[in-house]
Design a protein around this ligand. Structure first.
Ligand code: DP6
Length: 350
C-alpha cells in the first residue's frame, strides 16, 4: 500500500487534582474548571498513516489497530468522533487512514486510557492536516488546537498536552483559560511540586460498571450539583495557590477532598452508583494512618474508579516505597501497581 504521509505521537495520561465532573450545554463543555498533573509512564503511542482512498465516496475509510490487532469496537468509536471533527479535517474524506495505537499500561489495568489515546490521536491528525495544508502554526497554536480536538474526543484528554500540569475550563482565576482547550500551568508550579511521584494502586482492574460519560450526565438532576460547582471553583483557586507556594499540606487536603467528593457525587446520583472497592477503603484508611504517624506528605486521589493514586514528593520516595510494600501491596489486585511521576508531556516519535 502506498503511504502518502505518516506520523507518530506519544502522549501521556493525566491525573486530575480538581476533578471535571459534569458538562454544560455544547460539545464537551465542562461544568467547572479542572487542573491535573501530566504523567509520564502511562502513555499511548499512536501512528496515523494516510493512504490513497479505495473509493470515490465521501465515507471515511478507516482501519484501526490496537496493540497490533484490528479492533472494530475502537474503530466505531473513532468514526463517531470523526463525525464531530470532520469540518476541521478534510483529510478524513480525502484519504484512507490507518491508525495503530498502543498503551504502555495494560488495557485491563483499570487505568483510563481515553486521555492519552485521544491526545495522541489529536496530535497526529493536527500535524497531518497542517502538513497537507502547508501550514506552520506556532508551537503554542498547534498544541492549543490539538487540545481542542482532544477535548472533543474526551474532556480530560485536553489536559494531557502540556508538560507537568494543565488547567482546563474558563475560570476568572486563570488568565487565558477556556472551556474549549486546556492551558499550561507548569510555570506556576513551585519547585517542590515539579518532581511529584504517582503510584497507582490497582484495587480492581474490572471494567467500570458506569462509564464517565454516563457519570457526567448524571450530574444533571443531582441535588448537590450546584454546591459542587461552587466548591470546585473554590478548590481550583486554593490548590493553585498551594501549588505556587509549595504548600504540600494544603495541596493534599484539597486533593483528598476532591477525590472523596467525586465519589460522593456518584453515590448520590439518581440512579446511584459506586465505583469504590472494599480494598480502596482499606488502603485509604492505611494511608491516612501512615500520614498521621510518619508526618510525611503522602496524599491520595481517585479517578472515576476504585484505583488509588498516591501522590508524594520524590525526596520521600524510599520511605513511601517501604510503606507501600509493607502495607498496601497486599490489598492491590494480584499485587498490581504502576509507578509513575509527573512528566514532560507529549512528543513526536521520530
Ligand atoms: C473523574 O474525560 O473520561 O477522570 O469527557 O465524557 O470523555 P468524557 O469524560 P472523561 O472524564 C474524566 C473524569 C475524571 C476527572 C478528570 O479527569 O478531571
Amino acid at each position: 500500500m502506498k503511504e502518502i504521509k505518516k506520523v507518530t505521537w506519544r502522549s501521556p495520561s493525566n491525573i486530575a487534582l480538581v476533578k471535571y465532573w459534569g458538562k454544560k450545554k455544547g460539545v464537551q463543555i465542562p461544568a467547572i474548571p479542572s487542573i491535573s498533573y501530566t504523567l509520564e509512564n502511562c502513555y499511548s503511542e499512536t501512528r496515523d498513516t494516510l493512504v490513497p482512498k479505495e473509493s470515490k465516496s465521501k465515507d471515511v475509510e478507516l482501519r484501526f489497530y490496537f496493540d497490533g490487532k484490528e479492533n472494530m469496537a475502537f474503530r466505531l468509536r473513532m468514526l463517531k468522533f470523526f463525525d464531530t471533527i470532520s469540518k476541521d479535517f478534510p483529510l478524513l474524506q480525502q484519504y484512507g487512514l490507518f491508525i495503530h495505537s498502543t498503551n504502555s499500561f495494560p488495557h485491563s489495568s483499570g487505568i483510563a486510557s481515553s486521555a492519552s489515546a485521544m491526545s495522541a490521536l489529536a496530535l497526529c491528525l493536527c500535524e497531518l492536516q497542517d502538513e497537507l495544508d502547508k501550514k506552520k502554526p506556532s508551537k503554542d497554536k498547534f498544541v492549543q488546537k490539538a487540545s481542542t480536538i482532544a477535548r472533543l474526543g474526551s474532556g480530560s484528554a485536553s489536559r494531557s498536552l502540556y508538560p507537568l500540569a494543565a488547567e482546563w475550563g474558563k475560570s476568572r482565576a486563570v488568565k487565558g483559560s477556556s472551556d474549549e482547550y486546556a492551558v499550561p500551568f507548569a510555570k506556576n508550579l513551585h519547585k517542590d511540586f515539579k518532581n511529584y511521584q504517582n503510584t497507582i494502586l490497582i484495587a480492581s482492574s474490572a471494567e467500570k460498571k458506569v462509564s464517565s460519560r454516563i457519570g457526567h450526565s448524571l450530574m444533571k438532576g443531582n441535588p448537590y450539583a450546584e454546591p459542587r460547582f461552587k466548591q470546585a471553583n473554590k478548590n481550583l483557586v486554593e490548590i493553585m495557590g498551594a501549588l505556587k507556594k509549595g504548600d504540600l499540606e494544603h495541596f493534599g487536603t484539597i486533593l483528598e477532598e476532591e477525590a472523596m467528593t467525586l465519589h460522593a457525587l456518584m453515590m448520590c446520583s439518581s440512579p446511584s452508583f459506586m465505583l469504590l472497592a472494599p480494598s480502596t477503603l482499606t488502603m485509604i484508611e492505611k494511608i491516612k494512618r501512615y500520614r498521621e504517624e510518619s508526618k510525611l506528605p503522602v496524599y491520595f486521589t481517585l479517578d472515576a474508579g476504585p484505583n488509588i493514586h498516591l501522590l508524594y514528593p520524590n525526596n520521600i520516595k524510599r520511605k513511601v516505597d517501604a510503606f507501600i510494600f509493607a502495607e498496601l501491596e497486599k490489598h492491590c489486585e494480584g499485587g498490581k501497581m504502576i509507578h509513575d511521576n509527573v512528566g514532560e508531556g507529549p512528543y513526536r516519535v521520530k
